[in-house]
Design a protein around this ligand. Structure first.
Ligand code: FBP
Length: 259
């Protein structure tokens, strides 16, 4: 984190989506760790299995965030993400923060709320922050990407506010291209800092445009995965994102780096 802002590299998609996101380069966690280190990311997000085999806590220069729960996309019912790693284990692996996904609106939200609340208590006892991925999903959520849903804005909806209510230090949420509405999303998150997920691969300009819009709306940073490590020039994309996040540069200025 620099001046309260951060750029995190998400690499938990192998469990969430299966290997369909990968090619011969980025299927290899060593390739991703190199990108994270060379690009001087603020942290890399891994599941414990990858962290155990690839993250060298004694020599790594990029801080580690361990994702404590996960699910596959094979089960086609309301989502529930199971805890697969304890905080003690994450700390032993070198984690400086932990992450956990909640799906508000799922018929299983009570189970994730319950686990998450206990986890926040334990993490804070260890003195480490918690990032909540808050993705409203399931049969009770009619539009995952409406501003109301992302912010808990009008009368209904969830995400940013739920993260705050449940004790998260950071909430990681999706952006719906509503730049005005996103200011309200950030307000709804209160003292929980807002990190925005990258989503599916977009054009370079689109990635930078959304980075610009969310930072202007008050987000603390981005936790981007595919839009960096699926890019043919990942290090240039990192530099361009940093120009926007940390140096307040325009989209066109940042784009020059990728040309
Ligand atoms: P991306 O930047 O690649 O979208 O990663 C962000 C992330 O939240 C990952 O941490 C997670 O694996 C994935 O998106 C979840 O994707 P989905 O929204 O498809 O469940």
């Amino acid at each position: 984190m620099r001046n309260g802002k951060s750029l995190l590299l998400a690499y938990d998609q192998g469990l969430e989506h299966g290997p369909t996101d990968f090619n011969l380069n980025n299927v290899n966690p060593d390739y991703i760790l190199k990108i994270a280190e060379k690009g001087k990311y603020n942290a890399i997000i891994l599941h414990h299995g990858i962290a155990e085999k690839y993250y060298d806590k004694h020599n790594a220069t990029v801080p580690l965030i361990v994702k404590l729960n996960g699910k596959t996309n094979l089960v086609k019912k309301d989502p529930i993400s199971s805890q697969v790693c304890s905080i003690g284990r994450a700390v032993k692996l070198g984690a400086e923060a932990v992450g956990y996904t909640i799906y508000p609106g799922s018929e299983f939200e009570h189970e994730m709320f319950n686990d998450f609340s206990k986890l926040v208590e334990t993490a804070h006892t260890y003195g480490i922050p918690v990032i909540a991925w808050v993705y409203p999903r399931g049969k009770f959520v009619h539009d995952e990407f409406s501003t109301e849903t992302i912010a808990y804005a009008a009368r209904i909806g969830y995400a940013a506010r739920i993260g705050l209510e449940l004790g998260a230090d950071f909430v990681k949420i999706n952006y719906n291209n509503d730049s005005e509405g996103f200011k309200w999303v950030v307000k709804a998150a209160g003292k929980a800092k807002v990190l925005v997920a990258g989503g599916k691969k977009l054009s370079d300009k689109e990635v930078l445009q959304r980075a610009y819009e969310v930072m202007k709306a008050g987000a603390s940073g981005l936790a981007v995965g595919r839009n960096v490590w699926q890019n043919e020039k990942p290090l240039e994309m990192i530099k361009a994102l940093k120009k926007i996040i940390f140096d307040n540069k325009s989209v066109n200025e940042a784009l020059k780096i990728l040309k």
